[in-house]
Design a protein around this ligand. Structure first.
Ligand code: NAP
Length: 309
C-alpha cells in the first residue's frame, strides 16, 4: 500500500514514517515522505502535483503550522496553513480516491470541562484560541471534501506530544530544572493546566494499525491514557531523568502569552482498531527515560537524585 506522510520531518511525522516503514503493508519501498520544499502548506497546487507524481492510496496529513502563539498573532496565516491547505489536500485526495488521515488536536475543545472526564470524539468542540480554530477548520474541510468524494477520511486527534528528536516539553523542562537548580531557585511549573502526555511513537503505531485495518474513517483520539497537570508531568520527567529540584506550582496566568491553552485539555483515549487500549502515559514516558537521562547529562550542569522533585 502506498502511504504518504506530510510534514514527514516533524516530530510526529518522523515517527509516522518510522512506524509505516516497519509495517508489512507498505512493502519494501516503505512510506512516501512529503517534506518541504515539495510539499508546502502555502502552495495549494502541491497536493494535486504530488498525488499525480507519487500515486499514494492513503495520505497522513501531519504537517501544520504548530506555533500556537504565532497563530494568535496572525490568525489569517493560521487559517491558510491549517484550514485552507487541508481543504486543498482533502479535495485533491477525494478527487483521486485517496484516503486521508488528518492529524488534529485537543485544542479544538474549550477546556472548560469540570467533571474530570476526558473529551470524547463526539463531544462538542469550541476552540478558545486561533490555533485550535484553524485546526478545527481543517477537520471540517477534510470531512466536507470526502462527503462528495469516493474515498474516506479519518480525523485523529492527539495531544501533548513528545518524542525524538526532543526539543519537547520533557527535554525543555529538564534544561529549565538544571538552570533553576544551578541558580538555587525552585522550578516554577504550571499546576492548573491538564492534559494527556502522549508519545509520538504510540500515535504513529496507532495510525499505522488504523491504516492496516482498512477501516479508515470517523474521529478518534489517539493519546496515552490518563490525565495529569503540567507540574505532575514535569515531576515524572525529572524523576525518570534523575534530576532533583524543588518544584513550585504556579497558575498558568503567571506567564502572559498571546494564546490561551485549554485548561482541561484531556482527551479520552479511543481504543485501537484491534480493540486494545492505548498505554498509560506513565508507561510510555518510561520508554523515553534513556533520552531524558541523556538530555539531563548533555547540558553539562550535572544530574543527581538528591533534593525534592
Ligand atoms: N505537538 C503537539 O503537542 C500536538 C498536539 C496535538 C496535535 N498536534 C498535531 O500533530 C501534527 C504534528 O505536529 P508535531 O508536534 O510533529 O509538530 P512539528 O514538529 O512542528 O511538525 C510540523 C510539521 O509541519 C511542517 N510544516 C510547518 N509549516 C509548513 C509549511 N508551511 N509547509 C509545509 N510543511 C510545514 C514542518 O516542516 P519543517 O520540518 O520543514 O518545519 C513539520 O514537519 C500537527 O498537525 C499538529 O497540529 C500536535
Amino acid at each position: 500500500m502506498r502511504v504518504a506522510v506530510t510534514g514527514a520531518g516533524g516530530r510526529l511525522g518522523r515517527a509516522l514514517v518510522g512506524a509505516l516503514a516497519e509495517a508489512p503493508f507498505t512493502g519494501l519501498a516503505g512510506p512516501i515522505a512529503w517534506t518541504r520544499p515539495d510539499y508546502d502548506l502555502d502552495d495549494v497546487e502541491a497536493p494535486s502535483r504530488l498525488i499525480l507524481r507519487d500515486r499514494p492510496e492513503v495520505v497522513v496529513h501531519s504537517a501544520a503550522w504548530t506555533d500556537v502563539d504565532g497563530a494568535t498573532r496572525d490568525s489569517a496565516l493560521a487559517d491558510r496553513r491549517n484550514t485552507a491547505a487541508t481543504r486543498a489536500l482533502a479535495a485533491a485526495c477525494a478527487g483521486s480516491g485517496v484516503d486521508l488521515i488528518y492529524v488534529s488536536t485537543n485544542e479544538v475543545f474549550d477546556g472548560r470541562r469540570t467533571d474530570g472526564r476526558g473529551y470524547r470524539p463526539d463531544d462538542p468542540t469550541g476552540p478558545i484560541n486561533a490555533y485550535g480554530r484553524s485546526k478545527l477548520g481543517g477537520e471540517a474541510a477534510a470531512r466536507e471534501s470526502f462527503d462528495r468524494g469516493k474515498a474516506t477520511t479519518a480525523i485523529v486527534r492527539t495531544a501533548w506530544l513528545y518524542g525524538p528528536p526532543g526539543d519537547d516539553f520533557p527535554t525543555k523542562i529538564i534544561a529549565a530544572a538544571l538552570r533553576a537548580r544551578a541558580a538555587g531557585e525552585p522550578l516554577k511549573v504550571v499546576g492548573d493546566e491538564y492534559g494527556s502526555p502522549t508519545s509520538t511513537a504510540d500515535v504513529a503505531e496507532a495510525v499505522t494499525e488504523l491504516i492496516g485495518s482498512g477501516a479508515v474513517g470517523g474521529t478518534v483520539h489517539y493519546v496515552n491514557l490518563g490525565a495529569v497537570s503540567r507540574a505532575d508531568w514535569a515531576r515524572e520527567v525529572l524523576r525518570l531523568a534523575g534530576v532533583g529540584v524543588e518544584i513550585e506550582e504556579v497558575p498558568a496566568a503567571t506567564w502572559a502569552r498571546p494564546s490561551t491553552p485549554p485548561r482541561w485539555g484531556v482527551l479520552e483515549a479511543s481504543p485501537l482498531p484491534s480493540g486494545e487500549p492505548m498505554r498509560p502515559w506513565t508507561e510510555a514516558l518510561a520508554d523515553y527515560a534513556p533520552i531524558l537521562r541523556r538530555a539531563a547529562s548533555a547540558t553539562g550542569v550535572g544530574t543527581g537524585t538528591g533534593g525534592p522533585v
